[in-house]
Design a protein around this ligand. Structure first.
Ligand SMILES: NC(=O)c1ccc[n+]([C@@H]2O[C@H](COP(=O)([O-])OP(=O)(O)OC[C@H]3O[C@@H](n4cnc5c(N)ncnc54)[C@H](O)[C@@H]3O)[C@@H](O)[C@H]2O)c1
Length: 262
């Protein structure tokens, strides 16, 4: 898919990867980009920076009513949505000790928001001949996030859902891409949402800028490629994990020990 003339929605777009995607979609000539995030003032500020193609709608993506409003307003005020980027996501940097409420919140933001967006949009997209879902998971959804159990589990869920959507609706014109970066220089990485172990793991593997992720997304959308890997080495790690899980787990334990003792 080329972005010129298209109408896109990006969640979690007030900052970080979401903002870089929205900015790049506008630069590529998108006819409209809806900026969705939790805080209305943050959404407004992002949309103002993006210019007249941007519409701001504050919403909690885990709330199906909020998502329905985002879709209704975008389609009424701008036009039919060509591309919906479910990008908002959260990390917690906790293990199995994380409270049930924390697991629930991670599940609802990192997975159910993607389910709800698809549930609301796929029937409309099929009816008008097709559409594109871009779901941000993480390399943690193909591998694991050392130090963050709910993130690892929910991001694996996000990858599984994206695969399921591509299989189930691919022949009806629904294109799906699943974005799986490793470390990206955003508030998620630097703003206190991660513990030192998680942070060191990510830093050890190389951190790129949100704009680099946007470059990879534009290339992946142009190719209509399912897996978008801004860190190409993630494909090799995923192959190693699939090819010899015990060896891969031993390697991850060594990485964890190395980082924990540094
Ligand atoms: N930064 C990384 O290293 C990295 C790596 C792999 C994947 N990711 C994924 O990329 C996505 C974007 O992350 P980022 O690094 O830009 O993070 P970020 O924290 O900089 O931005 C995320 C944005 O999502 C918003 N958000 C959170 N919960 C929301 C909700 N319920 N409803 C609406 N908006 C909500 C936040 O307010 C924030 O503006 C996430 O899904 C994240 O898991 C990030």
């Amino acid at each position: 898919m080329e972005l010129r003339g298209r109408i896109a929605v990006v969640t979690g777009a007030a900052r970080g990867i979401g903002y870089a995607l929205a900015e790049r979609f506008v630069a590529e000539g998108a006819a409209g980009v809806t900026v969705v995030d939790l805080n209305p003032a943050d959404c407004r500020a992002a949309a103002e920076r993006l210019g007249p193609a941007a519409l701001d709608i504050a919403a909690d993506v885990s709330d199906e009513g909020d998502l329905a409003t985002v879709i209704e307003r975008t389609e009424a005020e701008v036009g039919p949505i060509d591309l919906f980027a479910s990008n908002a996501g959260i990390g917690v940097a906790q293990g199995i000790e994380a409270a049930d409420e924390t697991w629930d919140r991670m599940w609802h933001v990192n997975v159910m928001a993607h389910v709800k967006a698809a549930r609301l949009l796929v029937p409309r997209m099929i009816e008008r001949g097709g559409g594109y879902l871009l779901n941000t998971a993480s390399a943690a959804g193909l591998l694991a996030q050392i130090g963050d159990a709910p993130y690892s589990v929910t991001k694996h869920g996000a990858v599984a859902l994206a695969e399921w959507l591509a299989i189930t609706y691919g022949d009806q014109g629904i294109k799906v891409s699943c974005l799986c970066p490793q470390g990206v220089n955003t508030d998620m990485l630097t703003g206190g949402g991660s513990d030192e172990l998680s942070l060191e793991t990510v830093r050890a593997q190389g951190v790129i800028e949100p704009e680099d992720v946007a470059d990879a997304v534009i290339a992946g959308l142009a190719d209509e490629r399912f897996l978008i890997l801004p860190h190409p080495e993630v494909a090799t790690y995923a192959q190693r994990r699939a090819g010899d899980p015990d060896r891969w787990l031993a390697g991850m334990r060594r990485l964890q020990a190395r980082i924990g003792s540094s």
